[in-house]
Design a protein around this ligand. Sequence first.
Ligand code: NAD
Length: 253
Amino acid sequence: MDLGLAGKRALVTAASRGLGRACAEVLAAEGARVFICARASEAVSLTADAIGGAGWTAADLAVPGEPERVVAQAVSALGGLDILVANVGGPVPGSFESQSDQAWDSAYQLLLMSAVRLARASLPHLKTSGSGRIVNITSVAVREPVGNLLLSNSLRAAVTGMAKTLSGEMAGFGITVNNIAPNNILTDRIRQLHASGEGSAEEQLSRAAAATPSGRWGDPQEVGALCAYLCSDRAGYISGQTIAIDGGAGRAV
Ligand code: NAD
């Protein structure tokens, strides 16, 4: 199936590694021109080189003004924008009683306001595209809250509500807005979250994979493939959806 992504202009954020990188990599392999950002200059520039990216910048998306600057730089490098893949790193883990006001504020800026600011700054360009696409990378937490991830459980729900509302408001412009809700995709974040139990990190990872319905971790490239499809012309009638990619682990309908 030809996804029709050749020549499309895409911004993928938080893309030096993990799911963001995989989304950028698959879009670039499908012929899109891809601009990426992440926090560390060296890591993001190496990734841009490795995937054949069309440009990059270093940015902390939790800082007000930075999402808007990233979009402006992407538009300038690409000559417009057809696709926004809004990704950020996960918030700090912890239970309800462990989180201070400051932790809530930081997670609000990181998870919700980065997505709001990226979308808001991108919309004027996506409207002129005629087939604009927004894909937010969220989490399985929007369907089934994850233990010890209170901030993710709470603020991803806000991103989902925002995206659903935006999808209706933008449908008339040919813009679709969807969310990818991953779980059990093997990235550095998953390695960190499994680094504190019994046995070596690899043993813990193997045990955790064996406990999933499919008996294996998901590959970030599988998320990249879903992202590319949602960004394609072929997915033009899919909007306002949250699509889980979890190897069948989710129990929610
Ligand atoms: P990761 O930690 O492997 O990669 C995160 C990327 O985000 C890196 O490129 C990092 O530089 C960048 N980043 C982090 N904070 C940033 C900031 N403030 N500004 C700009 N860039 C920033 O994580 P991942 O596993 O690829 O996860 C991506 C997102 O998906 C995270 O929000 C994570 O919580 C969520 N998620 C992942 C899974 C999974 O199975 N991997 C499951 C549920 C949710």
